[in-house]
Design a protein around this ligand. Structure first.
Ligand code: 5AD
Ligand code: SF4
Length: 442
């Protein structure tokens, strides 16, 4: 057994966060313990994201911080995993002389073996091959105990949608769903360990099980998970509007544990741009689904993702995006400036819009969304909301934090014994990203 320390930094989405949990488990199994400073580590790993911005360049820049440590301690092992590693592959070893290891999105399970090899032979290595369906499905190790109230459970991996701007299908591979029995077992186990809220995770959970006629639909899976005793709250992410079925919409009216929130990215309010994005729905189809969600669950709140500055997106297209934001009234939106990603179809599209125009539109969208968000969250002022308490807040001594059904953080004073319970909290102050509240004594 080793008696060594590792330092891990994670970038990007919830997928990467779950992958990092797996990395931690695997490394602990081979005798590494986690530390929170790179200076004290024998092994440094970056779990990277390439979905937006100049991700590759940023990773290279980030790695530069570790060079002085490696110069002082040449036995230090430095590795890069995740989507940038998948995309760049062996090239990263050529570009960064002090990098020892590159591992892709399908190769996490190989980490113990790769690290042992480097320890023994001091040979640099990279593993970025995509694995076939069967091999990948058998890779999920048992989840180790973590004392957290909320846990994520992967139901599917990869994506087959090939939205024209998106790198994900290229770096995460084809879509596969985990057998529903495995998902249910895992949720049952996590609830036994103390989890109260589960988020089912996938790039597009709505297409769960569609490749296998014998498998449950995602709505059927939700119903089964909803029935697990001891579970209090259920969420899922992310939903692709084109695959949001009536059966799934109906779950918001019938499943008592399903939170009244859905993240439903629309990306653009212009049919012309949606087509160029290869999104597979029109604005009216999207709005129709939103209307049905609101009808079945009037208190539902939506969040979304929006891309500004897609190639050839003009003022009229952009105005349609603003109109959609006004119409749907999202509680929150993640807004992104389009950034061309290597290998994607959109990266080859001509663009006639200036950078300055794009930036100005982005700022206008942000302003509008801030106003809408503020109006919606202000509705909570003075209300008593059920809050599932997740832990001790960073706000100060004696402060706890939890979330409302709408996934809004609520900070309030209370005893740590409340962690894991759902308690009534009266919202006293609405901040930009969270609420301040007071515990209502029963
Ligand atoms: N440029 C800008 N935003 C992007 N996203 C994905 N790819 C790109 C890109 N190339 C955004 C989408 C997606 C979210 C996770 O990231 O809005 O829903
Ligand atoms: Fe990317 Fe589209 Fe797949 Fe989402 S659905 S991961 S945006 S390709």
């Amino acid at each position: 057994m080793n008696n060594k320390a590792f330092y891990l930094e994670t970038f990007g989405c919830q997928m990467n966060i779950v992958d990092s949990e797996q990395i931690v488990d695997l490394l602990q199994n081979i005798g590494y313990s986690q530390v929170d400073s790179a200076e004290r580590a024998d092994l440094i790993l970056l779990n990277t994201c390439s979905v937006r911005d100049k991700a590759e360049r940023k990773v290279y820049g980030h790695l530069g911080r570790f060079k002085p440590i490696k110069d002082q301690r040449p036995e230090l092992i430095i590795g890069v995993g995740g989507c940038v590693a998948q995309q760049e592959g062996e090239r990263m070893l050529e570009n960064v002389a002090y990098l020892d290891l590159v591992f892709g999105t399908h190769n996490i399970h190989q980490l113990p073996q790769l690290i042992r090899q480097i320890e023994e032979k001091r040979e640099r290595s990279s593993a970025t091959d995509f694995l076939d369906r069967e091999t990948r499905l058998n890779l999920f190790p048992e989840r180790t105990f973590r004392e957290t109230v909320t846990r994520f459970v992967t139901v599917m991996q990869g994506c087959d949608n090939f939205c024209s701007y998106c790198i994900v299908p290229h770096v995460r591979g084809r879509e596969i769903s985990r057998p529903s029995s495995e998902v249910i077992d895992e949720v049952t186990e996590l609830v036994k360990q103390g989890a109260r809220e589960i988020t089912l995770l996938g790039q597009n959970v709505n297409s769960y099980g569609l490749k296998d006629a014998a498998e449950l639909s995602f709505a059927e899976l939700l119903k089964k998970v909803n029935a697990i005793e001891g579970l209090e709250r259920l969420r899922f992410a992310t939903s692709h509007p084109k695959d949001l079925t009536d059966e799934l919409i109906a779950c918001f009216g019938s499943l008592d544990k399903l939170c009244h929130h859905i993240h439903l990215p629309f990306q653009s309010g212009s049919d012309r741009i949606l087509k160029m994005m290869n999104r597979g729905y029109s604005v009216s189809e999207y709005l129709d689904k939103v209307a049905r969600l609101k009808k079945i669950c009037p208190e539902i709140r939506l969040t979304t993702d929006i891309i500004v500055g897609f190639p050839q997106e003009n003022e009229e297209d952009f105005q349609a995006t603003l109109d959609l934001v006004e119409e749907v009234r999202y509680a929150d939106a993640f807004t992104f400036l389009y950034s061309p990603r290597i290998e994607t179809a959109a990266a080859k599209m001509e663009d006639d819009q200036s950078k300055m125009e794009k930036q100005q539109r982005f700022d206008r969208l942000l302003q509008l969304q801030r106003r809408v968000s503020a109006e919606i969250w202000q509705e909570d002022a003075g209300c008593v909301l059920p809050v599932l308490v997740e832990g001790v807040s960073k706000q100060g001594e004696g402060q706890l934090f939890g979330r409302s059904t709408w996934n809004r953080i609520v900070n309030f004073s209370g005893a740590t014994g409340l962690i894991g319970q759902t308690v009534p909290v009266k919202v006293s102050q609405v901040m930009r990203n969270s609420h301040l509240g007071e515990l209502v004594e029963l």
